[in-house]
Design a protein around this ligand. Structure first.
Ligand code: SF4
Ligand code: SF4
Ligand code: FES
Length: 205
């Protein structure tokens, strides 16, 4: 039988499955917090920075921000999902992600703009990305790995960090364009297909 633990979210006690990720436990109970780099069937990566919650450390009334997608539930865990500090943290994260505009997916862009408005000191949207349209969330890499193709990877570093096809002779052949990566991409970067997106715009031999 499924083992349950009790957590407290915004003052409300919830019974959740042991070993569940906090973000998933919140979603299972209809509590929605922003998250662009999480997908239940894939290992969490914690890159978008939007899913922050505050948790109480060992019941000592000290609250610390944590990534809900990287945190496992434990019995008695106290969580806050909507505080001024979290609004600021999410707004800063959104501000950074918006440097990668424009996005094909206007829904993702709208979510980020909404998070930024009035919650950052300057309300500004930054610019200057080298990966226009891609927020480097890594979902495409994780999905491609999950389906056993493993054709995508991070390339470069620092400002040159980008997603590309795994270097090697295999790149000369088609990856098959199964669309799994395109379907999971939150910004719509992989359009019309993976090979077009990564070879034409990011991949360099
Ligand atoms: S389209 Fe190609 S790169 Fe994308 S998930 Fe499928 S095999 Fe991987
Ligand atoms: S191409 Fe899409 S899924 Fe892949 S890292 Fe960029 S935004 Fe994420
Ligand atoms: S969903 Fe947690 S950091 Fe992106």
């Amino acid at each position: 039988m499924e083992e349950l633990v009790a957590i407290v979210v915004d003052g409300r006690s919830l019974a959740v499955s042991k070993s569940t990720i906090v973000l998933q436990a919140l979603r299972d109970h209809g509590i929605d917090i922003p998250a662009l780099c999480y997908y239940p069937a894939l290992e969490a990566y914690g890159s978008c920075g939007l899913c922050m919650v505050e948790v109480e450390i060992r019941g000592n009334a000290i609250w610390k921000p944590r990534h809900a997608c990287l945190l496992e539930v434990e019995d008695g865990l106290q969580i806050k999902t909507a505080t001024p500090r979290l609004q600021r943290l999410r707004a800063w994260a959104a501000q950074i992600l918006l440097r990668d505009r424009p996005f094909h997916n206007s829904e993702a862009e709208g979510l980020l703009l909404k998070l930024v408005q009035d919650k950052t000191a300057d309300g500004q949207v930054l610019s200057g990305s080298t990966t226009e349209g891609c927020i480097l969330c890594g979902l495409c890499i994780r999905m491609c790995r999950k389906i056993g193709k493993n054709r995508l990877t991070f390339l470069g570093r620092g400002k040159n960090l980008r997603i590309g096809l795994v270097p090697g002779a295999g790149n000369k052949a088609s990856c098959g364009n199964c669309c799994a990566c395109r379907n999971i991409c939150p910004t719509g970067f992989i359009s019309p297909d993976a090979e077009h997106a990564f070879k034409a715009r990011l991949y360099k031999e």
